[in-house]
Design a protein around this ligand. Structure first.
Ligand code: PMP
Length: 419
């Protein structure tokens, strides 16, 4: 154990911090699916860095690659230079991720984090089409900078910026009306009606499963209908895979479940592999209309992150083992949650792969579950419009035993909150 004066956090760190408030301790080290605090207590991490830790903390293969790189004085800051680390990542990403899926996309390094990928996607769509507005969805989350916040469907989060933001028109996400919206024919009518006041947008931006929005799952047929709408009306389709990409739902890209090919894809969080900042914007070749310098940033293309990102791709995506395990473990979580739903009225569950949510009647109950889980050694966060959903994003490398252990803690906490 370590002696440490934790009053520095309350005294010095802005109130804007959020996750740390729910977990009243100070963490020191982490390995696999476990975090340890200054008192030597261990916690199962089902928060998973909000999706940035799909391969666990301090993954041994990635750590080795990073240490070797640094010991050989590998470049840490290279900006846009051609470096071996960047080239090797691009080669692995091409060979193991893009080509096997028949996806021929150009790769942009838009900045260090998810919101940078979203900003560049929105800018590119506007530049390519010459149009300005964007269609987004109810409960969407795309980031905290002005453009990505404009397409985020959460008034509380938007309030931090003041209004108005960039022009975005929200549409109902799949199941927003309990499954009533089956297709987009109503939207096509509005779009084609010059009296509707709706301008043709540059792009539609969508998550296949809304993470922050409360683990809202879009059906494959809904995604296909959306992709068809975009094709028929010449609107670009952006899939924001920042949280659900890198295998979270099973396949590397979450949209693979629908067999669609978005025009633009955003990736971040787990793409760096080791919890290091990294973001990618992918787009179809013909959309590469960027001029040099039109979207830059000092910390884009982080070389140590290229090293761990390559290690992640090489270690986990040379075959479909991880995908199959993720689907099986997702089913295990789903079964456990479905069991709780049978036992206690007023709760429900939804999710895909290892992104699973347990939906409570209100934030109070969901919050109680998370705080009791913390007391019993498990980290999980809440999501959804009023924080009424307990959202699980455990590392995909979490063992079945660890999953069962964590689910047991959640079952007890649920019983105490609603039983
Ligand atoms: N898009 C999605 C779908 C996200 O879940 C997030 C982060 N939760 C972002 C974008 C923004 O990423 P970042 O926080 O790295 O800017």
């Amino acid at each position: 154990t370590t002696t440490f004066d934790d009053s520095i956090f309350a005294d010095r760190e802005s109130e804007v911090r959020s996750y740390s408030r729910g977990w009243p301790t100070v963490f020191t080290t982490a390995k696999g699916s476990w975090l340890t605090d200054i008192n030597g207590r261990r916690y199962l991490d089902f928060f998973g860095g909000a999706g940035a830790l799909n391969y666990g903390h301090n993954n041994p293969a990635f750590k080795r690659a990073l240490i070797d790189y640094l010991e050989n004085d590998g470049i840490t800051h290279g900006l846009d230079m051609n470096t071996v680390a960047k080239g090797e990542f691009l080669q692995s990403f091409t060979d193991r991720i893009l080509l096997p899926r028949d996806l021929d996309y150009k790769v942009q390094f838009p900045g260090p984090t998810g919101t940078n990928a979203v900003e560049s996607a929105l800018k590119l769509a506007r530049k390519v089409t010459g149009r300005t507005s964007i269609i987004n969805f109810t409960n969407a989350f795309h980031g905290m900078t002005l453009g990505s916040l404009s397409v985020t469907g959460n008034s509380m989060k938007r309030a931090g910026a003041g209004i108005p933001l960039v022009h975005a028109t929200p549409m109902p996400f799949d199941n927003y009306f309990d499954g009533v919206v089956e297709d987009f024919s109503w939207f096509e009518r509005v779009l084609d009606d010059s009296g509707s006041g709706l301008n043709r947008p540059a792009a539609v931006i969508v998550e296949t499963v809304q993470g922050e929005g409360g683990v809202n799952v879009a059906r494959p047929e809904w995604l296909r209908a959306l992709a068809d709408l975009c094709t028929s009306r010449d609107i670009l389709l952006i899939v924001d895979d920042v949280q659900m990409g890198c295998g979270r739902t099973g396949p590397f890209f979450s949209f693979e479940v629908a067999g669609i090919q978005p025009d633009i894809i955003t990736l971040s969080k787990s793409i760096g592999g080791y919890g290091l900042p990294m973001a990618l914007t992918l787009f179809k070749r013909e959309l590469d209309v960027w001029e040099p310098g039109e979207h830059n940033g000092t910390f884009r293309g982080n070389n140590p992150a290229f090293v761990t990102a390559k290690a992640a791709v090489d270690t986990y995506w040379s075959d479909d083992t991880l995908e199959k395990e993720t689907v099986a473990k997702g089913e295990l979580i789903h079964q456990a949650f479905a069991g709780l739903c049978d036992q206690y009225p007023g709760i429900s569950t939804r999710g895909r792969g290892m992104a699973q949510g347990l939906v409570f009647e209100d934030a109070d109950k969901a919050g109680k579950v998370c705080s009791q889980a913390f007391d019993n050694g498990l980290l999980a966060e809440t999501a959804g419009p009023s924080d009424e959903v307990v959202k699980l994003l455990p590392p995909l490398t979490t063992t079945t035993e660890e999953l069962e252990q964590g689910l047991e803690i959640l079952a007890t906490a649920t019983r105490d909150a609603v039983g």
